[in-house]
Design a binder for this molecule. Structure first.
Ligand code: PA5
Length: 434
C-alpha cells in the first residue's frame, strides 16, 4: 500500500491572502455538500462518488476473467473509444507500465480521431498478430469509435470468422439501450456496463477503464482500494485533512483573482496521459458560462526548453500544478568516470531520480518567484494504489470546483455544436437544415 497523496501549497500561499482563502472556504464547503448530498445540477451523474464502495462485484470478477481470456488469446488489445471512453484507461495503462520493464499484452487505441493515416498505421500493426477489441461507447453512436469499430470488426470477421470474431469483441456500453448494446446482443459479444449515473469523463473506475487496465496487467483490486481510501478522505470538510478540498479551494480562489490557465506539469513520461485525462476532466466539466481555468499540460524537463520561458516570464495569468511521483519505477545512476571532460563530474554516480527531483524543485522555486502560484501533488510511487487515489482526488476536486463556480460539472452541451455542422456537411439524415 502506498502512502496517501498529499498537496503542498507552500508555493501558492503568497498569491492567496488569508481573507481570500477564508472567503473561499464556505463556498467550497457548500459545493462539497452539494456534491456529496447529490442535490446540485447534474446530480443524476454523480454515481462515481460512491463507486469505490458500491461497484458491482459480479461484474468486477467477470472483468478479471475477460482480461485473462484476452491475454491468453491475443497479443494486442485495441481499445476503441473517444474522450471519456478511452482517456482514463490509456492514462492508467501508461502510468502503470512505464519503468516496469515487463512485456505482455500491447494495448493500442482506435476511434479517437478520424485520421486515415492513424487507422492505416494501426491496421499495419495488426497484420499477422492476434488481437481482440474492446469497443467502449456509452451512447453507442459516437461517430469516431463507431467507424473504427466497423473497420476492426470486418477485419476480425475476415480473419477469425463471424463466431471467432464475436469471441474477441468486448462491448462496454449502456446496460439496456443503444445501437451498440443491440448489436452486441445480436452478435453475442460479452458486454460490460457504463453505469447510467456516470458520465464518460468520470468513468475510469467503472468497466470503461477497468477492463483495459486489467487486460494490460494492472491490479484493479489495488486500484479500487486506493480510490476507496481517497473517497473516504474526500468526505472530510477540513481542507487540512482533505487534499482535494484544499486543491479546489486554491484553484477557485486563484480563478476568482483573475487567473485563466492551469498548467499540469509532470517530470515523468508515465504521467503524460494522466495530463490528457485531466485536461478532459477539468476542461469539459468546468469550461462553461465563460468561466473555468484553461487546462494545459507540460512534460518536464523536456518542455522547460520550449515552454519554460513563457511559464517563467510570459503573461501572468497562469497557475501551475506539479505532479510529483517520489519514487521512479526503475532508477539509473550517472556512470562514474574519471576527469571532467563533459563537465558532469559533480554528478558522478548520482541517481537520475534525484537529479530529476532537483530540477523539479529548482523549477518550482523559479516559477513561484516569477509570479506563478505553484501547487504540488505528491504521490509515493507509480502503482495502482496511488493511481486510484489520484483519479479519485481529481474527480472530487473537479466536482467541487464546478459547484463552487455555479455550473453543472457533469454535462457538456458545447460539444454538440461541431457535431451538428459535421453531420450536415456529411449529409446525415435529419441534419439537412441544422
Ligand atoms: O466525457 C464524456 O462524456 C465524453 O468525452 C464521452 O465520453 C465521449 O464523447 C464518448 O461518448 P460515448 O461513450 O457515448 O461514445
Amino acid at each position: 500500500m502506498s502512502q496517501d497523496i498529499r498537496l503542498d501549497v507552500s508555493y501558492a500561499e503568497k498569491f492567496v491572502t488569508e481573507p481570500e482563502a477564508e472567503g473561499m472556504k464556505p463556498v467550497v464547503l457548500a459545493a462539497q455538500k452539494t456534491l456529496l448530498e447529490k442535490t446540485g445540477p447534474g446530480a443524476e451523474f454523480t454515481g462515481w462518488v460512491n463507486l469505490p464502495e458500491t461497484y458491482d462485484r459480479e461484474e468486477f470478477s467477470r472483468i478479471k476473467k475477460a482480461a485473462e481470456k484476452i491475454r491468453d488469446e491475443s497479443r494486442i488489445l485495441v481499445v476503441t473509444g473517444v474522450g471519456g471512453s478511452y482517456l482514463g484507461a490509456r492514462a492508467a495503462i501508461e502510468f502503470l507500465s512505464k519503468g516496469r520493464g515487463e512485456s505482455g499484452l500491447r494495448v493500442l487505441y482506435a476511434g479517437s480521431s478520424l485520421n486515415p493515416d492513424q487507422m492505416n498505421d494501426l491496421l499495419d500493426e495488426l497484420e499477422g498478430t492476434d488481437f481482440s477489441v474492446n469497443i467502449i461507447s456509452k451512447s453507442g453512436t459516437t461517430t469516431e469509435p463507431a467507424i473504427a469499430f466497423r473497420i476492426l470488426k470486418a477485419l476480425l470477421e475476415e480473419r477469425y470468422g463471424k463466431k471467432g470474431a464475436a469471441g474477441r469483441i468486448y462491448a462496454t456500453t449502456d446496460q439496456k439501450k443503444g445501437t451498440l448494446k443491440e448489436l452486441a446482443d445480436a452478435e453475442g459479444y460479452e458486454t460490460f456496463v457504463v453505469p447510467d449515473d456516470i458520465g464518460g469523463r468520470y468513468s475510469v473506475l467503472s468497466a470503461v477503464g477497468l477492463l483495459p487496465i486489467a487486460a494490460a496487467g494492472g491490479d484493479i483490486d489495488a486500484l479500487m482500494q486506493g480510490a476507496g481510501r481517497m473517497a473516504e478522505i474526500c468526505q472530510s470538510d477540513d481542507p487540512e485533512k482533505n487534499p482535494a478540498l484544499l486543491y479546489a479551494l486554491y484553484r477557485c480562489a486563484l480563478e476568482k483573482k483573475g487567473m485563466e490557465v492551469e498548467v499540469l506539469s509532470n517530470y515523468d513520461a508515465g504521467l503524460h496521459q494522466i495530463c490528457e485525462w485531466w485536461k478532459q476532466l477539468f476542461g469539459e466539466s468546468l469550461g462553461k458560462e465563460h468561466q473555468g481555468l484553461f487546462p494545459a499540460g507540460m512534460d518536464l524537463t523536456t518542455d522547460l526548453h520550449s515552454m519554460g520561458q513563457y511559464i517563467q516570464d510570459g503573461r501572468r495569468n497562469l497557475i501551475e500544478t506539479v505532479l510529483d511521483v517520489k519514487n521512479a519505477g526503475r532508477d539509473i545512476r550517472v556512470p562514474e568516470v574519471p576527469g571532467n571532460a563533459d563537465g558532469l563530474q559533480y554528478l558522478n554516480g548520482r541517481s537520475l531520480n534525484e537529479i530529476n527531483h532537483k530540477a523539479m524543485e529548482g523549477s518550482i522555486i523559479a516559477h513561484a518567484e516569477g509570479g506563478v502560484p505553484v501547487m504540488r501533488i505528491e504521490l509515493d510511487r507509480r502503482d495502482e494504489d496511488s493511481l486510484g487515489q489520484l483519479f479519485c482526488f481529481f474527480e472530487y476536486a473537479c466536482g467541487v470546483c464546478g459547484y463552487a463556480n455555479g455550473v453543472n460539472p457533469f454535462d457538456q452541451p458545447g460539444v454538440e455544436f461541431y457535431k451538428r455542422n459535421m453531420f450536415r456537411l456529411l449529409g446525415k439524415p435529419g441534419y439537412e437544415n441544422k
